[in-house]
Design a protein around this ligand. Structure first.
Ligand code: HEM
Length: 498
């Protein structure tokens, strides 16, 4: 802020004096209708809230810098990666998923990790989470799933019954809930967790060759989590714990950093992989597809206005840039439509012009008008293409290579049909091989803490159905949860069809 004195004005720029007292007939009389400053003040205040994000409503954001440390130009021609040492401005928004804008930062929930790179070929958004997998694998199921994470329509409270009913009926969720109910479901702060692109994306190099990739951001702050009890206590003590942690660290010059790494699969390898490589409920084992170093992300600036930059930020997995492409991951495909649609509703048709969303390089197109268009609207330039007047050209060097679809038969294929129904191997490996004894016990206790709240006439059915999934992932996991719930295991239960 400068020391230069400024005049107090109305929104239309008229300097005025009476900011604190309304105009009345006599010192104790009624207010006059002509006190426009009063109307403007009240009316604008009434319109301060915009719709919160339908998911990921509670979040925190910061600007930063991405620096390339390793050469991956053999995989991609994306300009953001074209030179070691190259720096690109970024904006990252962290979030929880299910809670409202005022909910607690330490809820058991995945954490959003949405990153915008302001590249010279347009903004690239990588809109991921702190987990490498997700609960569902078909976008048609997203709204049903999210309803179970929000409030019960009658009690208006969160409902373990809804959650476990859904998860037990959708066994593809098992891998993600194994992570969610470990202490990784309650990270200590946003700085102390990894980020993942989660979906499979593609990369295209200068020879127009395509590979498939997964993105990993490894925290340099080290993983640090709350226990279930600590997270619960923090909800009451400081609902904005993670926001405060991020602001304080960056304001103190303690800039958090993440190492970006990728996994790469060739097109031939995608055909031979034993799981569907485009199924977001599965990981690619790092023993087979090792992490490749790319660069480092640093967050170094808290925006000076939360609403302008963080609340109005709009990320879309559809925003890729030359050299980075989509994949046949069905969830990714669904998200390509969903995010810009949500943002046209939440922020308006011209949301891409807002400071945080605007491409700082050139945008040249024939989109015109619409509510809150404030960038000059193309001024007097032609508003149609092709035309004989302007110098905007289609640059053919940006053309994407064609894609192999491997099938010509359209159908509503069962998402969990043959070869798509191993929900258990990777989930079981996590329990057996990744977690240690202490982590296994924590996880069982966290599961029990939630499962005990399942209630109502379908309680037994829901618990038994979920128990079958736990048993199929790992017999020890199943047995410990059955014991904790006081459920006697009979052979009939195993006959239940998943
Ligand atoms: C088909 C599945 C999905 C649908 C339809 C969906 C839809 C949405 C919608 C509508 C929003 C709000 C956007 C806004 O108002 O700006 C959102 C936010 C978000 N979603 Fe999803 N989502 C899906 C799956 C996923 C997955 C798999 C991930 C992570 C791997 C994810 C991560 C996020 C994040 C991080 C945000 C917050 C972005 C921000 O900070 O502004 N979503 N999602």
């Amino acid at each position: 802020m400068t020391d230069e004195k400024k005049k107090l004005t109305t929104a239309s720029g008229k300097p005025y004096t009476e900011h604190e007292n309304s105009q009345t007939v006599g010192p104790r009389g009624p207010i006059l209708l002509q006190d426009f400053v009063l109307h403007e003040k009240m009316a604008h205040f009434n319109r301060e809230r915009i719709p919160e994000r339908v998911v990921h409503a509670k979040g925190s954001g910061a600007y930063g810098t991405f620096t390339v440390t390793h050469d991956i130009t053999q995989y991609t021609k994306a300009k953001v990666f074209n030179e070691i040492g190259k720096q690109t401005k970024t904006f990252l928004r962290f979030s929880t998923v299910g809670g409202e804008k005022g909910s607690a930062d330490t809820e058991r929930d995945p954490r959003g990790f949405a990153l915008k790179f302001y590249t010279e070929d347009g903004n690239w958004d990588l809109v991921g989470n702190n987990t490498p997998v997700f609960f569902i694998k078909d976008p048609k199921k997203f709204s049903d799933f999210i309803h179970t994470q929000k409030r019960d329509p009658r009690t208006n409270t969160k409902s373990a019954t809804m959650m476990w009913d859904f998860w037990s009926l959708n066994p593809e969720s098992l891998h993600q809930i194994m992570i969610l109910f470990s202490d990784r479901g309650t990270p200590y702060s946003y700085r102390h967790m990894h980020g993942f692109g989660s979906h499979t994306f593609s990369m295209i190099n200068a020879e127009n060759e395509r590979v498939f990739v997964k993105f990993h951001f490894k925290t340099r702050q080290k993983i640090k989590n709350f226990t279930d009890a600590e997270a619960g206590r923090m909800k009451g003590m400081d609902a904005d714990w993670a926001q405060r942690d991020l602001v304080e660290a960056i304001d103190n010059g303690d800039f958090p950093k993440w190492d970006l790494k990728i996994q790469v699969m060739t097109e031939e390898e995608t055909q031979a992989f034993r799981w569907n490589p485009f199924d977001v409920t599965k990981i690619w084992p790092q023993s087979e597809f090792p992490l490749i170093d790319v660069g480092v992300l640093e967050l170094n600036e808290i925006p000076n206005n939360f609403f302008a930059h963080v609340e109005q930020a709009a990320f879309g997995p559809s925003h890729v840039v030359d050299g980075i492409g989509y994949s046949p991951d069905k969830m990714l495909q669904g998200r390509l439509l969903s995010y810009p649609d949500a943002q046209r509703y939440r922020l308006g048709a011209n949301y891409e012009q807002l400071t945080v969303n605007r491409c700082p390089y050139a945008t040249n197109n024939y989109q015109r008008d619409g509510a809150m268009r404030y960038d000059g609207n193309g001024e007097d330039a032609p508003n149609y293409f092709p035309n004989s007047f302007d110098n905007i050209e289609v640059d053919q060097s940006y053309k994407e290579p064609s894609e192999n679809m491997y099938s010509l038969v359209a159908d509503w294929y069962d998402r969990n049909g043959e070869n798509e129904n191993d929900h258990y191997t990777q989930a079981g490996n996590l329990f057996r091989k990744v977690f240690n004894d202490e982590e296994r016990t924590t996880q069982v206790n966290n599961f029990l803490g939630s499962l005990k709240n399942v209630s109502g006439p379908k309680r037994e059915q829901i618990l038994n159905r979920q128990l079958c999934h736990f048993f199929r992932a790992d017999p020890e996991l199943g047995a410990r949860i059955a014991q904790g719930l006081g459920i006697h295991i009979d052979q009939g239960m195993f006959a239940h069809k998943a």
